[in-house]
Design a binder for this molecule. Sequence first.
Ligand code: C2O
Ligand code: CU
Ligand code: CU
Length: 553
Amino acid sequence: MRPLASLFTSFLPALLFGQAMQPLAIPPLLEQDTMHLTVAAHTHQFYPGMNTPTYGVNGDYLGPTLVLHKGDTARIVVENQLDEITTMHWHGMHVPGEMDGGPHSIIQPGESWMAEYPVKNPAGTYWYHPHPHMLTAKQANLGIAGFIIVRDSTEAQLDLPRTYGVDDIPLAIQDKKIISTGELVTYPLGDSLWVNGTPNAYVELPAQVVRLRLLNGAIARIFRLGFEDDRNFDVIGEGGGLLPAPAVTNRLTLSNGERAEVLLNLTGMAGDSLLLMSYGNELTQAMPGSSNLILEGSLLNGIAFPVLRIRVVAPTADPVTSIPAALVNNVPPDESTSVRTRTKTITGTGMVAMGQFLINGEMFDMDVVNDTMVLGTNEVWHFVNNSNLAHPMHLHGVSFFVLERNGEPPPLWERGPKDVVLVDAGEDVKFIVHFGELAGADYPFMYHCHNLMHEDHMMMLQFMVVDPNAGVADHDRSSVLLAPSPTMGMVRFAAQFAVEHITVRDVLGRTVINRTGPFAKEGSIDLSAAPAGVLTVELGGQGKRDVARVVKE
Ligand code: C2O
Ligand code: CU
Ligand code: CU
């Protein structure tokens, strides 16, 4: 059943059908040693004559595509010119917790934040977006988001299209709810479909093999992508890098935050045109965008609708004309390497925007770390969905490999490294994940539903990744010395500043000792009230602050 158009008289259904096509916007490239991103409020005309207030990164809407090279150091300065807080998260990138740009890395209005990290991810398509607690949906919906393309020497050797904007095209797919005054509403399901901020978009592509970098940048809608003639295409990569070999399919389900790289062979098609479609009619009833969710209706629900019209033009001078048979050696670690199995059960009943969904009965608390992993280990996880909706589940700071869906191997195109996995109602999704980046109690990693309404409604938990030898290793990096480690109770400290506050946190990030001085530059702390295990000791004073870890026996 389709919602009645009369329910939407205050919206603009006409924006969807019968409007003039517009050329697809291609975000500019940014490729520098130090990159500057300025986040600010703007106004943009997506529809002629209608002014829409937006947020943008270095422009009116969305942001530049950052090009990073594996092995280099990324240095990105983010300036917040909004009149509210923000953060900037490098979704999918393997960076330490302090550089991840999660909800703890707040950038106040008028201030800047610099992220600096070695680029460790394999070549692939990643993205950036804000992550301030309870503001993520609003800020991303208004336009703060952009692509990150990582290049590496392995990918460079493959005969793949990589001329940006010519045969290598980023496509950020979003549905939008826009009201007659021109404002964008933070609403889970919109009536208009935009690609890179272009409504009714078309793109001219050469008659050869082209590469599409697909991103589901929508708040909640799940896209099931295919072409109008049901032709096959080759999936060459997922969010975390390339697949071992191209996987042929005629449909690709892309949930919120997921990326996929696709090769489309347009050889011999000059003069033709082809529609990229989303088949909302093929989504399961638990997926946002299916016909089921009538109370959060949208004209796009439950139907097949066009995403992008491709007009095929003459080939370029040096076209890629065939699909490589093999790609890269991105394969899952053996299951026997897992040191631990964790099961995360999702419960709750609700609609796309409403309802409280829980992960193992818990919801987000900025001050609670819910899980602790050991640096350098692999674990097997299960997301078991006992709720009534499908949820795209995301982990920060890692890539993982799906091993099974309800006991069955996933489709071939879903076997590459990824960082978001769609878990349908009733499904048990099993994956293996490697924890290769540190995250402490101050800047833990998130794991959450990437339906941005759910994320903002606390369907998000936090984890630390700790170094088992931290008590030793941290002494080398920190300006604070703690000894002895391990200790039975008393620990001596030495700081380079007069200490005014001492805070001790346990492995779950809970504050177990909190003392206010003044103390001297050196002294001792009685840890007998703290639990055994890795303790994080934070010393502050004279405007400085540093942490070190100690193991209590
Ligand atoms: Cu793309 Cu925690 O986010
Ligand atoms: Cu992320
Ligand atoms: Cu969800």
